[in-house]
Write a protein of this length. Structure first.
Length: 281
């Protein structure tokens, strides 16, 4: 009496297993497609921005584009590597008990994986340096100059040209009000430790050093209310260094300045916090 060979016994089982895998993959793809169709327009736009908030300044799209291009480059490399891995798994899988041909070296391939990454890195460096030069350029043709003072554990904003200031307290967050569509020059100072001035919707942040004045310019172009915070671990109450940014029409900004002066907040804040050397006056 003859018995079926092992291959004949296992072939139907392996076929069923392969069919289950294909069905599972098709189901997973269908689920992804179903979930994707339920995404709102804002969620789709957030995915397109790679998780970044919507830009709120004229300079922010430069940073967003750099972020998106970096993701495209990284994913392109990832897809290429995954494809090569899959090809190697399928094309060079074990067949029988014969030892495959052994290769000690391959000059063209070694040149490829040496030169190609170098070209990619140099290309990304060029665009990064170009964009960095553009967004850090200071032209001194601003309509408004704000001295940002980061101190333990809050913020103060001196409106230098308007002769007024606002300052936060433990009970109330500091508030920075800016006119829309007008270039603002920020001068960052600190009397104590290193802080970092960050408004996420501006897609930009800069450190605030004691004894040194850092400067940058932006032009807010969207009316709205935005969150601001310290992005440098500056001490025990770092988490309390939050502030609010309001971008408003010019008339509302002027009314805000008048309100500050009416409350007695004229001139520069009188605590020595704007001293570049970090000394208390």
């Amino acid at each position: 009496m003859s018995t079926p060979s092992v291959d004949r016994q296992t072939r139907p089982a392996s076929g069923r297993l392969r069919a289950r895998r294909v069905a599972g993959l098709a189901g997973a793809l269908a689920l992804v497609a179903l979930v994707a169709t339920g995404c709102s327009q804002s969620e789709i736009e957030a995915w397109q921005r790679g998780g970044f908030p919507a830009p709120a300044t004229e300079q922010a799209p430069i940073i967003l584009q750099q972020w998106q291009m970096s993701w495209i480059a990284a994913l392109s490399v990832g897809v290429l590597v995954w494809a090569l891995i899959i090809i190697a798994i399928i094309a060079f899988r074990r067949r029988g008990n014969e030892m495959p041909e052994q290769t000690k070296y391959n000059i063209p391939i070694e040149m490829l994986y040496t030169v190609a990454p170098l070209i990619m890195i140099m290309t990304m460096f060029y665009f990064t340096a170009r964009d960095q030069a553009e967004i850090t350029k200071v032209t001194n043709d601003q309509a408004l100059t704000v001295n940002v003072v980061g101190f333990k554990w809050n913020w103060a904003f001196n409106y230098i040209d308007q002769g007024a200031y606002s300052v936060g307290s433990p009970e109330q967050r500091a508030e920075l009000v800016l006119p829309v569509d007008e270039k603002v020059k920020f001068e960052l100072t600190s009397p104590d430790v290193i802080h970092s001035f960050w408004i996420p919707s501006f897609l930009y942040k800069m450190d605030v050093f004691p004894g040194r004045k850092n400067v940058f310019e932006v032009t807010p172009n969207k009316v709205g209310v935005y969150a601001g915070r310290c992005a440098e671990l500056c001490g025990v109450n770092h988490s309390q260094m939050l502030f609010t940014v309001r971008v408003v029409p010019k008339a509302e900004f002027e009314a805000w300045i008048a309100a500050l002066k009416a409350k007695g907040q004229s001139g520069m804040i009188e605590t020595g916090r704007t001293n570049d050397a970090g000394a208390t006056e």
